[in-house]
Design a protein. Sequence first.
Length: 184
Amino acid sequence: MKPHDEPAHMELRLRELAQLFNSMDPSPFVDRDLDRDAEEFIVGWAQELPATHEFELVVRLEVPPAPDRVAGAEGAVRGYFSSRAEMKGRELRQLLRKGRISLVAGILFVIACYALGHVLGLVFGHLGGGAFSAVAKEGLVIVGWVAMWRPLEIFLYDWWPLQEERALFRRLARMSVRLVLPGA
């Protein structure tokens, strides 16, 4: 392992291991969600590092936890971030599905606007309303392209933050967790 490939160490100081997890979560210890503040701290710290870094979470405790909790801590933290990565993956797939549906609807609407503009041009062109025809036709073209705003926004901008979050959570799901007990 090269020196720059070593994991970045993040340190948490807690009174007891239970502070790392959401106390309101009724799940068994290994399936509990992380405490909101702890998650925010870990994610914020991880976002500051380049995407090439792996992580190690060092938790310094004042009160020694039960032995089964020590053994399950790494799995619980990894499992939590793994489920967050899966959730972001689902959000990304749903967003892209919404984008595809919106794109098809937008393209059909643009085609309908162009067709209606052409029909209005023919009808009002024969009636001598050339200026009105031109304004109506251009207005429909603009309205048609405005309808494409949302699908373009999804495919140009909205997907990549979800992809970045998913990648970060995947990296955090591989993170090693080391508990430092009192007197160590």
